[in-house]
Design a binder for this molecule. Sequence first.
Ligand SMILES: [Mg+2]
Length: 308
Amino acid sequence: MSKATSIMAKNISSVGEFGFIDLIRKRMSTSGSVLKGIGDDAAVVSLSPGKKMLLTTDMLLEGAHFTLTMPPSGIGHKAMAVNISDIAAMGGVPKYALVSLGAPPNLPLDYLLKIYQAMDKTAQQYGVSIVGGDTIKSSKLIINVAMVGEADEEKIVYRSGAKVGDRIFVTGRLGSSLKSGRHLTFVPRLKESQYLVKHFKPTAMIDISDGLVGDLGHILKESRVGAVLSEDAIPRYPDASLKNALYDGEDFELIFTVPFKQAEKLKRIKMPFRFYEIGEITDQERQCSIVGKDGVRQKITVKGYTHF
Ligand SMILES: [Mg+2]
């Protein structure tokens, strides 16, 4: 039996925790700033001098966030990319990841290795090294990725900085991400975020995991402001209704706010990305409204997806 077919035939319990770690260790690539990756009690990494450290983590649970009928490549990509998106939403650059796994003992080894392969591929694409993690037995598949990133302190963008009169932008089209499968292949907006913090001064930023209105709601709450959106201006996919674009979530586009003058510049200059202006920050704390195609302004409820 060839090496490949022997892995195909196995499930995770047949190689055991340490056998599995050895398989992963051989397959993960690391950058030069990793002094010790997988294979000791803790990883040892270098951080760039003068930078601030960003920390984030995201858990995906079989049944809630993915099913085993979905391609393992998509699940692996998503597990890594949601964390990269969170670091991007702060204006930072992702560096290191820890991957923890809860796996049912009868899960095919091949399926798991494909998830890791996809995580490693996406990690590498964005300059991230997988440097460790943990593995436990579980009744359902759980994948948790913790990520370390870094940023210049003055470039970090919080949810709390939006000011009255600021313009609101998104980095791409919205809606029907789960239904269409786009949530498994989305592009975390790291390049866009880096471009923004280098050339502009965004006052607030967040990535869309719970829906445009829900996540904009976090900016409104933390910044103690309100927002008015324009229905016509909200970019959405052909398979998405306005409602889909407002509430679906899992788009992983960035919402950001910039002062009026910067918004004008953002729309005027030639740049490698397309940013969509969708509305304006108002002084009505935590109130959100939308101006329809007919010009009528309607209040919308600020709520997104909640897990409980
Ligand atoms: Mg987020």
